[in-house]
Design a binder for this molecule. Structure first.
Ligand code: GLN
Ligand code: ZN
Length: 757
């Protein structure tokens, strides 16, 4: 081991898509297969190298004592780890592609070969590719990305600390391959994989690395004793070797819990703790003697939200660790992957708001400042975050204070369903869609033209109305029972509402990676939320004026709005959710007053905010359910409330879904063959349910026979009066060439099953 410099100040990781999404463009040019100087493999490699250089030089110049390395990825760092250790399933190897194209085949699929499954990275909006591990996976160190990137940075004069996903978390995030026996678990390969990591560490040591960071975030969620023991064994083995850099084990998104003493008992040199999500870890550290000779990296700057840090408070949090630890260092709570690059790119933000914000670059500066303050008591004094939040609205607080339990309750379902049926007169197995219809090039152009000022409001309204009329007539021709206006006016289901609510701000360049080249630009929820004017009433009302059939209005639910925004952290999420819910309640009531008989409140992200630790879940579900009920319970018994959830693996939220008390719940089910209906029956769910019978994630058009079969299975689990017939999700990403026949087949199948065929 080399002499190890103190970590001092650092960040656990950095964005990689590029401040202007350079990597996205380079990837898409490469994938397009276009020839030319800006599209081939060299162009992609050049862009990647420039981004890496800008990151390592930028971080070094910003005054961090320790600069993370290997933070770049062409697509996903979990996929990088899988390919580094040769965990490449056979179906990709057999394609006979180059290394880089095999990598992209795993990420995106190729010809008839499906990609690896994509899933959420803990409770963030980043998605990783799930490695598939089976007994025939033989971990071998076959790549050298971390070593090459270390050497590359060193040539630029920057000594980096390579960041790797740790071996135990890697295996815990992987899944058993389809052909593996039931009793096989990816963790069975740990010993072998640890040997490969040891080999990699030896190479990094030989290349001159003083530190390496191994991320073990899986241990900030609940873990079994077996898994905790595996963690301890793995790091005991890795640290037994001397031909290695010093090891920092990083955990984030929650408390280490029982994993912290386990790590403290191993020979690792440093551990990071997320003091933003788990400030109570300070007390735990004081009780662990094994940390007195280690470096503890205090994650006090929030790595996944956009607020400026209150530096004096953060500093005192660090200082409270002195005496309990060998050496103290300061960092972000997690990688900065989850925040945009640079606040300085924003030109249109209100100054009062801007003063409260910090993006990746600003957070790096905060950490560097904290590092200096810890080292040198004479360093320039730290400034507190700006006091006096902008965006306070006393009217919102007054309305919230006036809420009573009855504002969350509707009449019993039986009374509701009778009143609704009398008003709606729907057949059994009523047919509907989830809300959006295909977003055509013309629709996108109209929205872009409005933004750019090429068309005025009147012309835009005309274009949207024409689209709505077209979609209504199409649905009438197809014979659907409950129609929708098609959501042509919405760019994105959260951004659209954020743009129309007070308390939110939009950024111009605040992109963050969702997966691969896909980025999102979450709105910033900074103040008290209210609705200055009706949002969707004009569109839905217009649609209803065109037809006698009921038109269902669609809104995005409070939890989903929070999940896909950067949310203020100066009050509990539950309080913010209540404000959003109240604004939506106003909208629901206005829709009702405008003659809308069915309102759907979408909560596709209900499960996304579920806390990682089971002990925290019921408190979350309580406020999430309350927010939905507040939004939806202000209407008459005869107004039907629907909700839409984008998944069918309800598991631990099934009771919460029941508690939403929606009259109709539409869910994903086409891929899981209606199994969800049994789960719902098991908990006594007795309201309307629409298991999706058309998988809109695929271009395939299901034929009527297939839908009939799914529905026949469904009527065995749910009485036909309560069964709805609908696609899995919104149709906005599909084309009319698929949507029209698919919906016709869906209607035909519903008729057949209604007639008992
Ligand atoms: N109403 C939305 C749509 O149809 C729902 C989208 C979603 O669930 N993600 O597009
Ligand atoms: Zn959906």
């Amino acid at each position: 081991m080399h002499d190890k410099p103190a970590i001092g100040s650092t960040v656990l990781g950095y964005p990689r898509i590029g401040p202007h999404r350079e990597l996205k463009r380079a990837l898409e040019a490469y994938w397009s297969g276009r020839a030319g100087p800006d599209a081939g493999p060299d162009a992609l490699a050049d862009t990647a190298r420039e981004l890496r250089a800008a990151t390592s030089i930028g971080l070094a110049e910003s005054g961090l004592d320790s600069v993370p390395g290997n933070t770049f990825s062409y697509y996903d760092h979990v996929l990088d780890t899988a390919t580094l250790f040769d965990a490449v399933p056979r179906r990709y190897r057999e394609l006979g592609l180059s290394t880089v194209d095999t990598y992209f085949a795993m990420a995106r699929g190729r010809d008839q070969v499906a990609p690896l499954e994509l899933t959420k990275w803990f409770d963030t909006n980043y998605h990783y590719l799930v490695p598939e591990i089976g007994p025939d996976t033989v971990p071998r160190l076959v790549g050298d990305k971390p070593v090459a990137e270390f050497a590359e940075a060193l040539r630029l004069g920057v000594l980096t600390r390579p960041v790797l996903l740790g071996p135990v978390s890697f295996l815990l995030l992987a899944k058993r391959s389809a052909d593996a026996p039931e009793d096989f678990a990816p963790l069975d390969l740990l010993d072998r994989l640890v040997d490969c990591y040891a080999e990699l560490l030896a190479r990094l040591d030989a290349a001159g690395a003083a530190w390496v960071q191994l991320d073990e975030p899986a241990f900030c969620a609940d873990r079994s004793d077996v898994e905790l023991r595996a963690l301890g064994d793995a790091y005991a083995r890795l640290t037994a070797r001397r031909d290695r850099p010093a090891i920092l084990v990083a955990g984030y998104f929650g408390p280490w819990g029982d994993a912290l003493p386990v790590l403290a008992d191993t020979g690792i040199e440093a551990v990071s703790v997320d003091l933003v999500s788990a400030p109570e870890t300070v007390d735990q550290i004081a009780g662990i003697a094994g940390l007195r000779d280690k470096t503890v990296v205090a994650g006090v700057v929030d790595g996944r939200n956009v607020w400026r840090t209150d530096l004096p408070v953060a500093l005192s949090r660090c200082v409270s660790l002195l005496g309990s630890v060998g050496e103290l260092a300061v960092s972000t709570s997690c990688s900065l992957l989850h925040v945009p690059y640079d606040l300085n790119l924003e030109t249109r933000l209100d100054d009062r708001l801007r003063e409260r914000l910090a993006f990746a670059r600003q957070k790096v500066a905060e950490v560097a400042q904290l590092g200096r303050a810890l080292r040198d008591p004479d360093a320039a004094p730290l400034s507190a975050a700006v006091a006096g939040p902008s965006g306070r609205d006393d009217r919102v607080h007054a309305r919230i204070a006036a809420l009573r339990p009855e504002h969350l309750r509707r009449a019993p379902y039986l009374a509701r369903t009778q009143a609704q049926q009398a008003r709606l007169d729907l057949p059994p197995l009523a047919t509907t869609t989830i809300g959006s219809f295909p977003q055509t090039a013309e629709i996108r152009r109209a929205r872009a033209d409005l933004r750019a000022g090429r068309v005025d409001d009147d012309r835009y309204t005309e274009l949207m109305r024409a689209e709505i009329e077209r979609v209504i007539r199409l649905q009438e021709r197809i014979g659907l029972d409950v129609l929708v206006h098609g959501e042509p006016e919405r760019n994105d289901m959260v951004q659209y509402f954020a743009e129309h609510l007070d308390g939110f701000a939009a950024t111009e360049h605040g992109w963050v990676q969702s997966y691969g080249s896909r980025c999102v630009r979450p709105p910033v929820l900074y103040g008290d939320v209210s609705r200055p004017a009706p949002i969707t009433v004009e569109w839905s009302g217009y649609a209803q004026s065109l037809t006698d059939k009921p038109v269902k209005a669609m809104l995005t639910g409070p939890v989903t709005i929070l999940a896909w925004s950067f949310v203020r952290d100066d009050q509990p999420l539950a309080d913010t959710a209540r404000q959003v819910a109240l604004a939506l309640r106003d909208e629901v009531r206005d829709l009702e007053a405008a003659g809308i008989r069915i309102v759907q409140v979408d909560e596709p992200a209900l499960r996304e905010l579920l806390p990682l630790r089971t002990a925290d879940r019921s408190a979350y579900l309580d406020w999430a359910v309350s927010a939905f009920r507040l939004a939806t319970s202000g209407v008459a018994v005869s107004t039907q409330i629907h909700t839409h959830l984008c998944y069918s693996e309800f598991g631990d939220v099934i009771d919460a879904i029941n508690a939403l008390d929606a009259d109709v719940t539409t869910i994903e089910a086409a891929r899981s063959r209606m199994e969800v209906l049994d789960d719902l029956r098991a908990i006594g769910f007795d309201r309307g349910v629409g298991p999706g019978v058309y998988d809109i994630h695929s271009p395939r058009v299901p034929d009527a026979a297939e839908v009939t079969e799914l529905l026949s299975a469904a009527v065995r689990a749910v009485p036909r009066e309560r069964l709805w017939v609908n696609p899995d999700c919104g149709l906005k990403t599909r084309g009319y060439a698929e949507v029209e026949p698919a919906l016709r087949n869906l209607v035909a199948a519903a008729r057949l099953v209604r007639e008992g065929k």
